[in-house]
Ligand binder design. Sequence first.
Ligand code: IDP
Ligand code: MG
Length: 158
Amino acid sequence: MERTLVIIKPDGVQRGLIGEIISRFERKGLKIVGLKMFKVAQKQAEILYAVHKKKPFYSGLLKFITAGPVAGLVIEGISAVNICRKLLGATFGPDAEAGTIRGDFGASVSYNLIHAPDTPETAKNEINIFFKDTDIVSYSLDKIKWVYHPSEEEEMSD
Ligand code: IDP
Ligand code: MG
């Protein structure tokens, strides 16, 4: 089953949007298998955003993501990576479609509330930055049988 990482950034925590944001993933039918609050360490931030190292906004981005506590989630589901990115919306608040998290709550291009990786491979690497295997729980969620048709079961056990 595909897993992804979601980080509710310091602005999302400070604006009191943790519950609102988490509920969107729950209501979509995704399964939360990891959940914790922490501060992103400088080193972790550098790894997470290594791809943006040359960008003009890089140092500001590092300051932002390390500025206060975040809420981190590991989320599981068929196509979890893609679904989560869609729930986030476009990167910049002003461009993000209404109905998405960034579209409903974000007005800034940098303070955009939430992070999630855009490929399953990146997702694996990013989960490893913040979660140990023992931080992730394996359990069955009763509602799942009403989220997926039985014909999707094979995909679910991947
Ligand atoms: P993503 O978060 O939607 O994947 P990326 O392009 O990977 O977007 O950028 C990572 C983060 O860097 C964004 O979420 C945002 O916080 C910040 N960022 C991206 N582009 C800009 C910019 O042009 N100005 C300021 N901050 C930016
Ligand atoms: Mg990105």
